[in-house]
Design a protein around this ligand. Structure first.
Ligand code: UDP
Ligand code: MG
Length: 314
């Protein structure tokens, strides 16, 4: 059996060597053959040069380098396309995904699981962040038709048929967390404790990026926000209908009175705000359609190891 380990790398010169060393060492005694697929996602540091060196030293370490930064989703997709293994593990370069878990994951895979998720506990996270993500997953799982789990990220093992299933999903806007869940197949989970980022470097997740990611999660997998607009519109219409009847009855009983300035302004502003919000929601979906219809490639490859190419061009 061949195991491919896909590693998306963006400016990871400090940790790449160590990661490769640990992965190779961890799997040295196991009976699987390994292949590493290092994906350079437009790094501005020496990551690519390191990859060339690592490949020259150990040809089992293959690499792809993008023409610019296309984002982690694109890097993972590239890795899955280039990986030729019977099973594929996706892991981060910064050693936040402990390589020793590979052994447990392989064992569960041998037990017949197609997806083995390494789930991170929230030990040592800032309290605020933990609460927000808990709330977020509550909300998302109530809205979205796939089930997303807190702490279950991209660190996971996928069987060949799970990888093929993912590669069949051709959307441009790839929200992998949802996609992993969407494909299904027997799934097992192993827990691991949170590890601090190695090799300096800040996490690339600013609060704004997290917020945008959260919106992506809700929008990518259903049209619940549009459905919400329908319900809310119906509720507001019904309320205003009742309000009109009440006002007419009052006017007939007591004659017309002028006051109502505050009500009027509140209604105009409230309705204006609601309309803008849902215009934005519709705009989000239209924007997504716009990007999907262009059918642009997810990434452009500038360089691979000599002779490297996609396992199957799709
Ligand atoms: N990464 C990438 N492209 C990017 C940003 C990140 O390939 O545009 C890689 C990065 O090199 C790392 C992984 O994705 O291997 C996770 O990135 P990071 O550690 O910054 O995210 P976090 O662990 O905070 O989620
Ligand atoms: Mg990280």
């Amino acid at each position: 059996m061949l195991l491919s380990v896909v590693v998306p790398c963006h400016n990871e010169e400090d940790v790449l060597e160590e990661l490769v060393r640990q992965v190779v060492e961890t799997l040295a005694d196991s009976d699987v053959d390994i292949e590493l697929v290092l994906v350079d996602d437009g790094s501005r540091d020496d990551t690519v040069r390191l990859m060339r060196e690592i490949h020259a030293r150990d040809p089992r370490c293959r690499y792809i380098s993008f023409s610019r930064n296309f984002g982690k989703e694109a890097a993972m997709l590239a890795g899955l396309r280039y990986a030729s293994g019977d099973a594929v593990v996706i892991m981060d370069a910064d050693l936040q995904h402990p390589p020793h878990l590979l052994i447990d994951m392989l064992r569960l895979h041998a037990d017949g699981y197609d997806q083995v998720i390494a789930r991170r506990t929230r030990e040592g996270d800032a309290f605020g962040r933990t609460m927000i993500s808990r709330l977020y997953y509550r909300l998302v799982n109530a809205l979205v038709d796939v089930n997303m789990e807190d702490g279950a990220g991209d660190f996971r093992l996928l069987s060949r048929r799970a990888v093929d299933a993912l590669l069949q999903m051709r959307e441009y806007n790839r929200f992998s967390k949802g996609m992993f869940s969407w494909i299904g197949f027997p799934t097992a989970t192993v827990d691991y404790d949170n590890v601090a980022r190695q090799g300096g470097g800040e996490t690339k997740w600013s609060f704004r990026r997290l917020l945008n990611y959260g919106i992506d999660g809700i929008m990518s997998f259903n049209n619940a926000p549009l459905r919400l607009a329908v319900y809310l519109g119906a509720a507001v219409t019904a309320a205003s209908f009742v309000y009109v009847i009440v006002m007419v009855v009052l006017a007939l009983a007591h004659g017309v009175s002028a006051p109502g300035y505050v009500t009027l302004i509140a209604a105009i502003c409230g309705m204006g705000g609601l309309q803008l919000i849902f215009l934005g929601v519709i705009g989000e979906y239209v924007g997504r359609i716009y990007y999907e219809t262009k059918r642009r490639p997810h990434f452009l490859v500038a360089e691979t190891e000599p002779g490297g190419r996609e396992v199957e061009k799709r």
